[in-house]
Design a protein around this ligand. Structure first.
Ligand code: ADP
Ligand code: MG
Length: 221
């Protein structure tokens, strides 16, 4: 369970997120939907621990991870995966290298790394592309590498910030199905941000409609 309790955040005296309260159950797929500038990315950054709230608190399980002006738990200990719109793949590393990086950083031994990489390459349908570099991949393949890289460390929660916005409609549909399939296989909690209503309905079990930093309403998808 993830809980936002009356969380607020401002930048230079202007509210980016106001009195934001939301509880997200394990394995749920929650989509934050709203126009540009309504505070969606800020909500993800608050949960990730990249910024602290001005007021309110955030809990993961029953542990308070952020409070007013405080990060009680640093980002790397929050067991989260993050996929950004620009993907931020390492261009000089192969697909395999991109996947291995987070496993090495966590001190996972080589045999286990190899095993997880093989399984994740298969799951993301990237096995034939393991030795390619990001620049040699199609847009869809790059998206799947970003997803696979975030998921290979087995995060409890995956945060995705408009990851499909730059794709053409056909590829956008295909990748939605990939995300849903990976969710079924790996059963993580998903917090997904978009300004595309159709994408939101496809991917969410619940939609959180935001406007000017506030929750307007919450709908079942
Ligand atoms: P969204 O992701 O929905 O487009 P954001 O969360 O990025 O919205 O931004 C919410 C508001 O906070 C916007 O008005 C934005 O300009 C402002 N904002 C976000 N990040 C910063 C920052 N680092 N510095 C100053 N203002 C920011
Ligand atoms: Mg944003």
């Amino acid at each position: 369970m993830i809980s936002f309790e009356s969380v607020s955040k401002e930048y230079a005296g202007r509210a980016a997120v106001s009195d934001f309260s939301l509880r997200i159950g394990r394995g749920e797929r929650v989509v934050l939907l709203g126009p540009s500038g309504c505070g969606k990315t800020t909500v993800l950054r608050l949960l990730a621990g990249l910024t602290a709230p001005a007021a309110g608190r955030i809990l993961i399980g029953d542990r308070e991870v952020s409070g007013p002006g405080k990060l009680w738990l640093p980002p790397e200990e929050r067991n989260l995966g993050f996929v950004f719109q620009d993907l931020a793949l390492w261009p000089h590393m192969t697909v395999r290298g991109n996947l291995e990086f987070g496993l090495k950083a966590r001190g996972i031994a080589r045999p286990e790394r190899e095993k997880r990489i093989r399984a994740m390459l298969a799951l993301a349908e990237l096995s034939p592309r393991a030795d390619a570099r990001p620049g040699e991949l199609s847009g869809g393949e790059q998206q799947r590498v970003a997803l696979a890289r975030a998921l290979i460390v087995h995060p409890e929660t995956l945060l995705m910030d408009e990851p499909l916005s730059s794709l053409n409609p056909e590829l956008n549909l295909r990748l939605r199905q990939d995300i849903l399939r990976l969710h079924r296989e790996l059963s993580f909690t998903l917090l997904y941000v978009t300004h595309n209503r159709e994408e939101a309905h496809c991917l969410g079990t619940r939609l959180v409609l935001m406007n000017q930093g506030r929750i307007e309403r919450i709908e079942p998808a």
